[in-house]
Design a protein around this ligand. Structure first.
Ligand code: IDP
Ligand code: MG
Length: 141
C-alpha cells in the first residue's frame, strides 16, 4: 500500500465551493484518483474515523464539524503517496502551512482546515477501507 493514501475534502472546503480547485491540485500534482464519493458522515462515523484522537480536547469539535455537512472522500495513488499528499496539503494549522499548499490557500482555521491526509501507509490502508470496498478502487493498470 506504499503508493496509496486517503484524502478528505472537508465540509468547510465543500461549503466554500473549493472542491473543483482542490481536485485540480490533486490531478496537477500527479495523483491518480482510484475512487471518490461525496457523502455526509454521521456523528458515529466521524467518531469512528477519528477514534485515535478520542482523548484529545478537540475531539468533540472535530467530530461535530466533520459530520456537519458534505465532504468528498478520495483514495489516491502516486509514488510515496502518503508523504506526497502531506506535502501538498501543508501543516495542520493553515497559519503555519507553506505557500502554495492546499491548507494555506483554502483552509478556514486550525479545526476547519479544508483537507485530511493519512499519516502512514498503515493508516492509509485502514482509512481507505473505512470508506471504500476493494472493488470500488479503480485500477488503470
Ligand atoms: P492532521 O489532519 O494534519 O493529520 P491531526 O493532528 O491528525 O492533524 O488532527 C486531526 C484534525 O483535528 C486536524 O486536521 C484538525 O481538523 C483538527 N485539529 C487538530 N488540532 C486541533 C486543535 O488544536 N483544535 C481544533 N482542531 C484541531
Ligand atoms: Mg492526522
Amino acid at each position: 500500500m506504499t503508493n496509496k493514501t486517503f484524502a478528505i475534502i472537508k465540509p468547510d472546503a465543500v461549503n466554500n465551493r473549493y472542491t473543483g480547485k482542490i481536485y485540480d491540485r490533486i490531478l496537477q500534482t500527479g495523483f491518480t484518483i482510484l475512487s471518490a464519493k461525496l457523502l455526509k458522515m454521521t456523528l458515529a462515523q466521524a467518531e469512528g474515523f477519528y477514534a485515535v484522537h478520542r482523548e484529545r480536547p478537540f475531539y468533540g469539535e472535530l467530530t461535530t464539524f466533520m459530520s456537519s455537512g458534505a465532504c468528498m472522500v478520495l483514495a489516491l495513488e502516486k509514488e510515496n503517496a502518503v508523504a506526497a499528499w502531506r506535502e501538498t496539503i501543508g501543516a495542520t494549522n493553515p497559519e503555519e502551512a507553506a505557500e502554495g499548499t492546499i491548507r494555506k490557500d483554502f483552509a478556514t482555521s486550525l479545526g476547519e482546515n479544508a483537507v485530511h491526509g493519512s499519516d502512514s501507509d498503515e493508516n492509509a490502508e485502514k482509512e481507505i477501507a473505512f470508506f471504500f470496498t476493494e472493488s470500488e478502487l479503480i485500477s488503470n493498470k
